[in-house]
Design a protein around this ligand. Structure first.
Ligand code: PEP
Ligand code: MG
Length: 325
């Protein structure tokens, strides 16, 4: 299978009926990055910067962060790489940073909430990213945005750090793109406010589905409730896809579902063309893309979305499409 997938890596990622699908890696360790050359992925859609913090025993210093980001960018080369700002808390435990126990850590003091509340941490990370870029373009993703306000606050922090760098006579990235993760359901009802502020958007379905369904993403006993492509969830995801079209803002899916064939097919069927996944999933998903006539799948999923057949129905429908290929 490995050899078979390797043979696909240099083929353009386009469906049989001509829709281009951009396939990207989810990553967080520099050691994973050379795999870009093996998979032929277009870049890194999600680099989870908290991993460096999770495997350390104390706060990584500015220079340690700079070194990691610079090395990641060096390996990615011309391929785009999206650095996600620290997403600490919830399932991502950094013991030396969590002072108080919380009853619901997934819904607690985490991620950009923590970042804006402890600006030293956020500032240092943004400074490290800017220094590591050394004048090259930089893409930064803000996790767990609940209100557009948090996103615009983060942009202010970025601007301040850029100014600081400029005053010091250091090179400033030629272009900085700041994106928001859509993974808190409330943001679905604020897309018209958020999207004009963002350069790109990334859907974190792992959390989005957890919060939409009130079903813990890591609890197997509620995995049935968690189904990410049941119609209500697919409709929610489609709201983001459609808003991205309206505002001409690229939308990437970076939740784990993008790397699973049935789920990826559902996403492509609702118009998603940028999928970020674990490197091991690129081969199978690329194969799916290359064999796919998307239009008829799009038609039947759209019909299911409007007719309101239940979630199990759509999973069966899509599995059948895949079998037919
Ligand atoms: C997500 O929530 O879907 C996501 C991509 O981020 P993480 O899994 O790191 O929370
Ligand atoms: Mg998340």
């Amino acid at each position: 299978r490995q050899a078979h997938y390797a043979a696909l890596k240099s083929k353009p990622s386009v469906t049989r009926d001509g829709t281009e699908i951009t396939l990207l890696h989810n990553s967080g360790l520099v050691a994973d990055l050379p795999m870009l050359n093996d998979t032929g992925a277009a870049g890194v859609g999600l680099f989870r910067t908290e991993l460096q913090f999770m495997i350390a025993s104390r706060l990584p210093r500015l220079q340690e962060q700079v070194d990691l980001y610079a090395e990641a960018m060096r390996i990615a080369g011309d391929r785009p790489l999206v650095f996600r700002l620290l997403d600490i808390g919830g399932d991502k435990v950094v013991p030396y940073l969590r002072a108080t126990a919380e009853e619901n850590p997934a819904m607690g003091y985490r991620s950009i909430r923590l970042g804006l509340d402890r600006p030293g941490l956020l500032r240092t990370q943004i400074r490290a990213l800017l220094i590591a870029a050394a004048g090259r373009p930089l893409k930064i993703l803000v996790p767990m945005v609940t209100e557009t306000f948090e996103f615009t606050q983060t942009r202010i922090v970025v601007k301040r750090e850029v100014e600081r760098l400029r005053r010091a006579g250091e090179p400033v990235p030629e272009r900085i793109e700041l994106g928001a993760m859509v993974e808190v359901p409330s943001l679905l009802f604020e897309l018209d406010r958020l999207l004009p502020e963002t350069d790109f958007v990334s859907i974190g379905s792992n959390d989005l589905v957890q919060f939409l369904t009130a079903a813990d993403r890591s609890n197997p006993r509620v995995s049935r409730a968690y189904d990410p492509i049941a119609l209500p969830r697919l409709r929610a995801i489609k709201l983001v896809v459609d808003a991205g079209r309206r505002y001409n803002i690229p939308v990437t899916m970076c939740g784990e579902l993008a790397g699973r064939p049935v789920e990826a097919l559902a996403l492509m069927a609702i118009g998603m063309t940028r999928l970020s996944m674990g490197p091991g999933s690129i081969g199978p998903i690329k194969e799916l893309v290359l064999n796919l006539d998307l239009e008829p799948v799009h038609q039947s999923v759209m019909a299911a979305l409007t007719d309101g057949a239940d979630g199990v129905g759509i999973r069966d429908l899509l599995a059948e499409w895949i079998d037919k290929q």
